[in-house]
Design a protein around this ligand. Structure first.
Ligand code: ADP
Length: 663
């Protein structure tokens, strides 16, 4: 910023200096033009004064040409007539045969009488040239013998009757100082420094400075030429003491330029400050949007990219070269062959693009969930701003979506479980209530009725009474068996629920110790073999003798569940329990020839309340808690519980437990 300011300062100062120079040059040019115009005026007057006296000279010459033998008196008369009383004409002379013998007025000019041009080598060539050319010769200024300076006009005189016969020369001597006054030269000299340089046309000899300051030559003076027949006068002029170094208005102009310069610098400083502020604001905005955890993007009215953060690029894996500010959405989405992580299916993608185009057309907000090819879910929200541009936020909601789906699944499982549980609880309760009601009306039972009617008839022998009472008892026994079974089932359900609650709260404790395998398996085999028999299943048990490092009650509970499930889900064939003692582990294998479990469900069945959704499951009942409890109990004992199953062929659950504490 400081660098730019200094640069601007130098540039503006240079411009100001240049402006100052231009203004001065302009002033100087105007001054020179004015000077030249004044010189033109002087030249006009100069010519006019010269012309007047040139005419007088010619009048004199004509008079002599016509009167070549004129006497001194006649000459003086004519000269007096021409001169009048004007002192400007110092003298009028006549030089027959190039010797000055006539002069008027004689007074004061006697010194010139007798001057012989032929004997004057300085003047002779010019005189001869004048005669040859029959022109007027202007000489001067010359120092006059009688004092002062004079300007001499000379003309050759040829006889009127013989044009080739030279009479001589007439001359008029003008007072040079007065000549300067009358031609306005003196007036001009009040304003200008002047110099007159005489250039001899014929000889081209070195110019002679006849008047004024010779240093004017070096002062780049303005010049004007005054042409006579045989010579030119070059008049040079500058203003007094040379050209002015400053114009009279220079200081005003300089003050104005300085003011403009200062104003320009203020403007530059203001613009720099604005641009710096803008840069800072942009940086702040860029840093701000960069710090956002979500993708951020702004498009202008024409749907061209204005700004985005790197999270936006990451989310869609846009290549670097694609996201150039100014690129339209269409351009950068399809700009690279690798392409961004667009939507999952072509249809999805087309739908998104259409929604987007619609939102741009109608100005409505856009809220869409995009499913990317790698499975991520992005929530895209675009909002239209007042100026027609769009601001977009892209949030990766993959985890949220998963969590939501999991929560929904868990919720559904719980709802399902409540349905299943209420069914499972109601069934045994209904049995218990039903049996209790029957027991309450014991007299109405078939066996009771028979006994009572026999008693009423009075012909009942003691043996018969005993038999009928046995019937009544056995009917009660059956009823009580049902009640007990239902009660136990209820107890089992409640225990399972308690176990699940304990597992979830982490309060379930387990006490593994080295135990006899048979102690664990025997009650299971005893209790469940009758159940298997009832279903007509073959219950095969093969077991190595030995010990296992386990909690007897809890391991038994696992086996009850596995074997119980095997019997429950098998209609024909076998249920097999094999216990193998291996080097460091004991393996309990529970296989059956039942319906089997679909492969997709093999993991889910270990989840709480999960049941394979089939009519078979519904028919045989259950709550989906057993395997969850079993796997948790297994884990707590340092073992593992796995399953293999083939649909239609059967399932095999394998429980592996350590054989000793160190295993
Ligand atoms: P429950 O038996 O009370 O329904 P579990 O957790 O013991 O609950 O079992 C979960 C589900 O696993 C059962 O509902 C059933 O669908 C399936 N399952 C368990 N064992 C077997 C088996 N041996 N054969 C077929 N399906 C089984």
């Amino acid at each position: 910023m400081l660098g730019t300011f200094i640069f601007a300062l130098v540039a503006v100062s240079l411009a100001a200096y240049r402006l100052d120079r231009l203004s001065y040059e302009n002033f100087l040019q105007n001054t020179r033009t004015d000077t030249f115009l004044d010189l033109v005026e002087v030249r006009q007057e100069f010519y006019a004064v010269h012309h007047d006296h040139s005419l007088s000279l010619r009048e004199m010459a004509t008079f002599i040409a016509e009167n070549p033998n004129l006497s001194q008196e006649e000459f003086a008369d004519k000269a007096e007539q021409i001169r009048g009383g004007d002192d400007f004409i110092i003298s009028i002379g006549g030089a027959p045969d190039l010797q000055l013998t006539m002069i008027y007025p004689l007074d004061g000019n006697e010194g010139a009488l007798g001057l012989d041009y032929r004997a004057n080598p300085e003047q002779l060539p010019a005189i001869q040239r004048m005669i040859e050319n029959r022109g007027e010769l202007v000489t001067g200024p010359v120092n006059l013998m009688q004092g002062g300076r004079g300007l001499i006009l000379r003309l050759p005189v040829f006889l009127a009757e013989d044009d080739n016969s030279l009479w001589g020369v007439v001359s008029i001597v003008l007072d040079f100082e007065e000549f300067l006054v009358r031609s306005g030269f003196a007036d001009a000299e009040r304003t200008y420094d002047l110099m007159i340089e005489v250039v001899d046309k014929a000889s081209g000899s070195k110019n002679e400075i006849v008047y004024g300051d010779p240093t004017l030559r070096e002062k780049d003076a303005v010049s004007i030429s005054l042409g006579f027949e045989f010579e030119d006068w070059l008049v040079h002029a500058t203003t007094k003491d040379g050209w002015p170094n400053v114009s009279p208005t220079q200081w005003k102009e300089r003050a104005l330029i300085a003011l403009i310069t200062i104003a320009a610098m203020f403007l530059v400083a203001y613009v720099l400050w604005l641009s710096e502020t803008r840069k800072r604001a942009e940086l702040l905005l860029q840093n701000g949007i960069e710090a956002l955890p979500d993708g951020f993007v702004i498009f202008d009215k024409q749907d061209r990219l204005i700004i985005h953060n790197s999270r936006y690029q990451e989310l869609y894996e846009f290549p670097d070269e694609a996201l150039k500010p100014g690129a339209t959405f269409g351009e950068y989405v399809y700009s690279s062959s690798k392409g961004p992580q667009l939507l999952m299916s072509d249809a999805d993608q087309a739908e998104w693009l259409e929604n987007r185009a619609n939102s741009r057309k109608t100005g409505v907000s856009l809220d869409v969930e995009q499913h990317l090819q790698d499975g991520r879910v992005i929530k895209a929200s675009d909002r239209r701003m007042e100026d027609g541009s769009y601001v977009g936020i892209r949030v990766d909601v993959t985890e949220l979506t998963l969590a939501r789906e999991t929560a929904e699944a868990a919720n559904k499982a719980k709802t399902d479980f409540m349905g299943v549980l209420s069914h499972e609880l109601r069934t045994p309760l209904t049995v218990i209530l039903g049996v209790s009601r029957l027991a309450k009306n014991a007299r109405l039972l078939g066996a009771s009725k028979t006994l009572l009617s026999k008693i009423d008839s009075g012909d009942l022998s003691p043996d018969e009474t005993e038999k009928l009472l046995d019937d009544v008892y056995s009917q009660f026994e059956k009823m009580m068996d049902k009640m007990i079974q239902s009660g136990e089932h209820l107890l089992h359900l409640i225990n399972e629920m308690l176990d699940v609650a304990k597992i979830e709260s982490g309060s379930l404790t387990i006490e593994p110790k080295v135990s006899n395998i048979a102690d664990i398996t025997s009650p299971v085999v005893e209790q469940l073999s009758s159940l298997a028999r009832q279903k007509g299943l073959q219950f095969e048990v093969t077991q190595d003798a030995g010990t296992v490092f386990a909690d007897v009650v809890r391991t038994r509970q696992i086996l009850f569940n596995l074997v119980g499930n095997a019997i429950k889900f098998t209609d024909k064939g076998f249920v097999r329990l094999v216990v193998k003692v291996e080097s460091k582990t004991v393996v309990f294998e529970v296989c059956d020839s039942g319906a089997g479990i679909p492969e997709t469900e093999l993991l889910s069945i270990f989840e709480n309340f999960y049941q394979v959704d089939s009519t078979e499951t519904r028919r045989v009942g259950g709550t989906g808690m057993g395997l969850t409890i079993s796997r948790n109990l297994t884990k707590m004992q340092g073992g593992k519980l796995t399953v293999k199953s083939t649909i239609g062929k059967g399932s095999c659950f394998v429980l592996t437990l350590p054989s000793s504490a160190t295993a």
